[in-house]
Ligand binder design. Structure first.
Ligand code: AP5
Length: 201
């Protein structure tokens, strides 16, 4: 395993692909904070903050929070000291506008993304996972109707980013099916290959 730390990473994939589950492991290995926009929104909803009140209905319906608001939150978070040398973004960017906003956040720091992990999983498998989570955790957006809508939004707004990251040569595609450990091992292998090839290039 390559001893690379402090990389700037993203993890993307359809709702239920396992992004959050894998993010903490990757972040620990690279010694960077895992920053999930979904977690930030849910913490604000739970805390009853003005932001939480603003986004609660949007999230419950499975819609995307407006780009301007989401970009502002991520820009603030990336200014915090723990993200100076690297980070793992989970659930952001999700639209082309958000990609451009992130590029603009990193440009003044002469920074760029090192790798984007794409967790691939078919719709039926991820819907089944999220329905199971609904039984256990009761997340407001885990009803079958909203789960299906989130999948449609992913296909429409977020999936087009895959081509964009592929063109930049930073995409690491990983099969998201199998046990958590199997997926984690594939991610580690894929990142090692991608990051070592960049160092050597
Ligand atoms: P967000 O929190 O990002 O949700 P999501 O993308 O829908 O993803 P999930 O958290 O449902 O799934 P995941 O891929 O992280 O999988 P997980 O590890 O949890 O966003 C929620 C909402 O916030 C959005 O709909 C939107 O409204 C808003 N939002 C967030 N970011 C935004 C942005 N950038 N712009 C605009 N709006 C934004 O796993 C899922 C389940 O599967 C768990 O129960 C887990 O235990 C299980 N599981 C995981 N891996 C495996 C495995 N290998 N085998 C079996 N089960 C597994």
């Amino acid at each position: 395993m390559t001893e690379t730390t402090h990389a700037r990473l993203l993890i993307i994939g359809p709702p239920g692909a396992g992004k959050g589950t894998q993010a903490s492991r990757i972040a620990e290995r690279f010694q960077v904070p895992a920053i999930s926009t979904g977690d930030i929104f849910r913490a604000n909803i739970k805390g009853g903050t003005p932001l939480g009140q603003q986004v609660q209905a949007i999230i419950a319906e499975g819609e995307l929070v407006p780009d301007s608001l989401t970009n502002e939150i991520v820009a603030d978070r990336l200014e915090q000291a723990d993200a100076a040398a690297g980070f793992l973004l989970d659930g952001y960017p999700r639209t082309v506008d958000q990609v451009h906003a992130l590029d603009a956040m990193l440009a003044p720091k002469n920074a760029a993304l090192d790798a984007v992990i794409l967790l691939e999983a078919d719709v039926d498998a991820v819907v089944a996972r999220l329905l199971k989570r609904a039984e256990l955790e009761g997340r407001a957006d885990d009803t079958e109707e909203v789960i299906r809508h989130r999948q449609e939004i992913y296909a429409d707004q977020t999936a087009p980013l895959i081509e964009l990251f592929s063109e930049r040569g930073i995409l690491v595609s990983v099969d998201g099916l199998g046990t958590v450990e199997e997926v984690a091992a594939r991610i580690a292998e894929g990142l090692d290959a991608k990051l070592s090839s960049r160092v050597g290039s």
